[in-house]
Ligand binder design. Structure first.
Ligand SMILES: NC(=O)c1ccc[n+]([C@@H]2O[C@H](COP(=O)([O-])OP(=O)(O)OC[C@H]3O[C@@H](n4cnc5c(N)ncnc54)[C@H](OP(=O)(O)O)[C@@H]3O)[C@@H](O)[C@H]2O)c1
Length: 264
């Protein structure tokens, strides 16, 4: 089975499409003819992107300004997606914090779990029944190489991405017989134009970065082929393998020391 072809009615949904990888995923899908539903909190950025992609690719782009970490705001979106013809869902929105957990804002740490993990499950559950019934659809989950290992000084993020990584790869096994594609994007550092990246980004050597546009292209190609996991960039692939297969007692010490420099 391949992904559903774009039609006038169906939509590709991209969460976290007001900046970074989400913008690149939205543009990649629009360039392949998919009309979009763009989701994030900053409505003005979503609207600007919708206008740009509509003009450039002749698609339809709808905007939903929703705080996905808020269950009350998320519920109507999930209900809408369950009732629409969703060809592709890209669960991409996510945030990270750096530093010892006890020193961070604990309410915000709870919100990160809600956004990075629970919302991913929620929106996926919303679109799944129609995709199974149609025997077609694509679900992309943006996890992270950080989800492969324990990371002191990044505990909530690493744990939330362990959820997304395992959720996507487990679901893929269940969906094979239903014709629904499920792919995990588990990147190392991806350079985006998000100014928030500057502080952390300057502490990571330049050769490790890959671009968001390249990431989006190979990710949508991979989703079309129902690949299990995408890790863009050779260096990130190496780091990812070390995280997945290295002894956790060692990787946690090495990763913890590196992340301490990022904000600990
Ligand atoms: N860039 C990397 O190096 C890298 C590496 C590994 C994994 N990732 C993962 O890739 C995904 C995208 O990251 P990025 O680097 O592109 O980050 P980014 O530029 O900061 O984008 C994050 C997106 O998530 C949205 N978002 C944040 N909080 C939200 C909320 N409460 N409700 C709805 N939307 C929310 C943001 O929009 P609003 O602020 O407008 O809501 C924004 O569109 C994340 O899941 C991240 O964990 C990134």
């Amino acid at each position: 089975m391949s992904l559903p072809a774009p039609t006038a009615e169906n939509r590709a949904v991209v969460t976290g499409s007001s900046s970074g990888i989400g913008v690149a995923l939205a543009e990649e899908l629009a360039s392949r003819g998919y009309s979009l539903i763009l989701v994030a909190r900053r409505e003005e950025l979503l609207t600007a992107l919708a206008e740009k992609l509509t003009k450039k690719y002749g698609i339809v782009a709808e905007v939903r300004a929703v705080d996905l970490s808020n269950r009350e705001q998320r519920a109507p979106l999930a209900k809408e997606l369950a009732s629409r013809d969703i060809a592709i869902l890209c669960n991409n929105a996510g945030v990270a914090t750096f530093g010892p957990l006890a020193k961070l804002d604990l309410d915000y740490e709870r919100d990160i779990m809600e956004l990075n993990a629970v919302a991913v499950q929620d929106l996926t559950l919303a679109v799944l029944p129609n995709m199974i019934e149609r025997r077609s659809g694509g679900i992309l989950v943006t996890g992270s190489a950080a989800g492969n290992m324990p990371i002191p000084n990044n505990a909530t993020y690493a744990a939330s991405k362990a959820f997304t990584n395992t959720f996507a790869e487990s679901l893929r096994g269940e969906m094979k017989e239903h014709g629904v594609h499920v792919t995990l994007l588990a990147p190392g550092p991806v350079r985006t134009d998000n100014p928030d990246q500057n502080e952390v980004g300057s502490k990571i050597p330049e050769f490790i970065w890959v671009t968001a546009a390249h990431t989006a292209k190979i990710t949508i190609d991979a989703l079309a082929r129902n690949k299990m996991r995408v890790v863009p960039g050779l260096i990130s692939k190496g780091m990812s393998l070390a995280g997945q297969f290295g002894p956790r007692s060692i990787t946690s010490v090495v990763a913890g020391a590196a992340y301490k420099k990022l904000g600990g």
